[in-house]
Design a protein around this ligand. Structure first.
Ligand code: AKG
Ligand code: FE2
Length: 214
C-alpha cells in the first residue's frame, strides 16, 4: 500500500512522508528493481576528476544519469550501450501521489549504498526544468540525510530516512544542497545483502513524449 493520507514533515522546505510505503510494497518495489538491475547492472561512477564514488548507480527510464571523466550528464543508454529499462510502475505511482506534476518523470536514478557509502552535499541541477520536483524513495537501511539551502555554505538540517519514506524536493527546496552523511548499515533486513537503495524520480527533458502522460 502507498499511504495517501500522511501529513508531510517539513525538512528545510522539502516534504518528508514517513512510512509512505508499507513493507509488502517495499518488497514489491525491490523485486521490480531486481529486474531493472538485471538489464542495467549497477556501476561505480567516476567523477570528472577520476575519483570513484562510494555509491553504485544505475537508472531506469528514457534517460539515465552517468558520470565519468567527461563529466556528469543524462544519457539514453547504460554504459554497456543498452537502453535503460522502464521505470517500475510502483515508483510512478509514488510520483503520481506526491509530485503534483502533470507529467511523468523520464528518469529514475537508482543508488545503492553499501557499508560506508555516502554522498557529499550537492544540488540536483542537471535537469531541464526545476519547476518539476525530485521525488526520492528510500528502501533498506536507515540513512542520515542532510539538507541546507541553495548556497553550499550555511546552516543545514538532518533527518534519518528509513525504508518506505518518501521525500519531495520542490519549490524553494528543489535546488537545495543535500547529501547522505552515513548509513546505519544492517539496520533493515529488506535487502538480502543489507545496505540501502534510493530512487530519485526526475523530469530531465522539457519536451514530453506520449509515455510521459500522467
Ligand atoms: O540517497 C539519497 O537519499 C539522496 C540521493 C541523491 O541526492 C541523488 O541521487 O542525487
Ligand atoms: Fe541529489
Amino acid at each position: 500500500m502507498i499511504a495517501h493520507d500522511i501529513p508531510p514533515m517539513d525538512l528545510a522546505g522539502a516534504r518528508l512522508f514517513k512510512g509512505m510505503l508499507d513493507r509488502p510494497t517495499q518488497e514489491a518495489l525491490v523485486s521490480a528493481l531486481r529486474d531493472v538491475v538485471s538489464v542495467a547492472p549497477f556501476f561505480h561512477p567516476e567523477t570528472r576528476w577520476g575519483k570513484q564514488m562510494s555509491v553504485r548507480m544505475t537508472s531506469a527510464g528514457r534517460l539515465g544519469w552517468v558520470s565519468d571523466r567527461r563529466g556528469y550528464r543524462y544519457e539514453p543508454r547504460h554504459p554497456t550501450g543498452a537502453p535503460w529499462p522502464e521505470i517500475p510502475d510502483l515508483a510512478l505511482e509514488v510520483w503520481r501521489a506526491v509530485s503534483g506534476a502533470d507529467r511523468l518523470p523520464d528518469c529514475c536514478l537508482v543508488n545503492y549504498y553499501g557499508d560506508g557509502a555516502r554522498m557529499g552535499l550537492h544540488q540536483d541541477r542537471d535537469e531541464g526544468d526545476f519547476s518539476f520536483p525530485v521525488v526520492s524513495i528510500s528502501l533498506g537501511d536507515d540513512a542520515l540525510f542532510r539538507i541546507g539551502g541553495i548556497k553550499r555554505q550555511g546552516s543545514t538540517q538532518s533527518a534519518w530516512l528509513g525504508s518506505g519514506d518518501v521525500l519531495v524536493l520542490d519549490g524553494p527546496s528543489r535546488l537545495a544542497y543535500h547529501g547522505i552523511d552515513r548509513l546505519r548499515f544492517g539496520s533493515s533486513d529488506l535487502l538480502r545483502d543489507r545496505g540501502r537503495i534510493n530512487l530519485t524520480l526526475r523530469v530531465v527533458e522539457i519536451a514530453p513524449t506520449a509515455s510521459d502522460e500522467v
